[in-house]
Ligand binder design. Structure first.
Ligand code: F6R
Length: 251
């Protein structure tokens, strides 16, 4: 089932999506949260940090599993996803960092690291909520458009479109890593609930293709049509194309 919430802007999207995550943490204090990086969830994370500072949210029993990490960057690199998570969320909430998991981008054998991470995902159990953003090319995690869906955690070669989109965070395009480690669609689809946040007109086409087009590995997010519980929270610019198709939208 897909529930769609359309908000006025990024701030309202972030508040609404944070409420979904907060409800999960309150209902099940020892839940497993699947987390994402990128610009889409930053506001959501700020709302969660504010909830924790206000004493409304307790993360001390929460376990987290992140979707992905760049190959070749260690956690002290300011563009690594470990660094992102520490700075945007973990350093601002009362989480036990030993319960926070991000693939190790510096592992000497990335394939072995993918196997280790997949075993870890199995041992902590399915995420109660898996948070996702979506790339302009429809990617989720770093599952890039391809001829088939890849199920386990794996090493990917990033597409030019993804490198272009992420170059804004690096001193130059050349510095964007060319490979990444990412959860496959297996762990994403095993999550009990998927929460996707999308913002801005750049995402409108991908959002429409993912939720109103066929299930197709060339639009990786389209696999979410087969998931039983997806909450899509987007601002009206990102949802414009999908809304035009006449889908039901919650208030
Ligand atoms: C990040 C991730 C990516 C992003 C996507 C959208 O961990 O897995 O799939 O969610 O690239 O990025 P933003 O939010 O920056 O537009």
């Amino acid at each position: 089932m897909l529930r769609i919430y359309c908000t006025e802007n990024y701030e309202a999207m972030s508040r609404k999506a944070a409420a979904v995550m907060a409800a999960q943490v309150i209902a099940k204090p020892d839940c497993v949260l699947g987390l994402a990086t990128g610009s889409s969830p930053v506001g959501l994370y700020q709302n969660l940090a504010a909830g924790c500072a206000a004493g409304d949210l307790d993360f001390s029993h929460v376990t987290t599993v992140n979707l992905d990490e760049y190959a070749g960057l260690d956690g002290t690199h300011d563009q690594s996803y470990r660094y992102f998570m520490d700075h945007n969320l973990f350093d601002h909430i009362n989480i036990d960092k030993s319960r926070t998991n991000v693939p190790d981008g510096k592992a000497p054998d990335p394939e072995a690291e993918c196997r280790r991470y997949e075993a870890l995902l199995a041992s902590v159990g399915p995420a109660d909520i898996q948070l996702l953003g979506m790339g302009r090319n429809g990617h989720i995690g770093f599952n890039e458009p391809a001829d088939t869906f890849t199920v386990p955690t794996h090493v990917v070669t990033l597409t030019d479109s993804t490198i272009d989109a992420n170059a804004r965070f690096f001193a130059s395009r050349d510095q964007v890593p060319k490979k990444a480690l990412t959860m496959g669609v297996g762990a994403i689809m095993r999550a009990r609930r998927v929460l996707m946040v999308v913002s801005g007109p750049d995402k409108a086409e991908a959002v429409k293709a993912a939720f109103a087009g066929p299930v197709d590995p060339h639009v990786p997010a389209s696999i979410l049509q087969l998931h039983p519980d997806v909450v899509l929270v987007g601002d009206k610019a990102a949802l414009a194309g999908l809304v035009e198709t006449g889908v039901e939208v919650c208030v």
